[in-house]
Write a protein that binds this ligand. Sequence first.
Ligand code: ZN
Length: 170
Amino acid sequence: MPMAIQEILLMGDPILRQVSEPVPPESIQSDEIQSLIKDLLDTVMTDTNPDFTNVGLAAPQIGVPKRIFAVVAEDGTREDPEFDIYINPEIEHISDQVLTTEESCLSTPGLCGRVTRTKDIEISYLDPEGQHQKKKLSDLRAIITQHEFDHLDGVLWIDKVDDTKSLRFC
Ligand code: ZN
């Protein structure tokens, strides 16, 4: 399949505010969904920044309101990033502990602010082969995953910012 870097929608685009549709499990192996996954990966791995900073991307951000996102994988590195694909994910918050970090988004370039989220989650999802998977994520990977999950419900990090005084250009 050819490389297909997609344009990333910016805050203000109504598609980013839509609730995305679940992917019918039987369609995961279809060319349509497999090339969407490829596009997500090609786009998130586009290194326009000398120090690679992309950590996740959701399908609605490339204009496709379907419940799929990519999050940087545990074994990826800055030089050789790897991403996990989550389809029809469901998140369970498995601790009361929270973590506050500074977030940004490819759809809000140059804008950062502090958001508080659950520190430990369990995510159930389908992988790109259509297999059911479940895993526990903690700390930064849990934060990124909750950020991407919110995109599927039309929610942006800026909606959850702790204090608008924490907003800055970054
Ligand atoms: Zn985002």
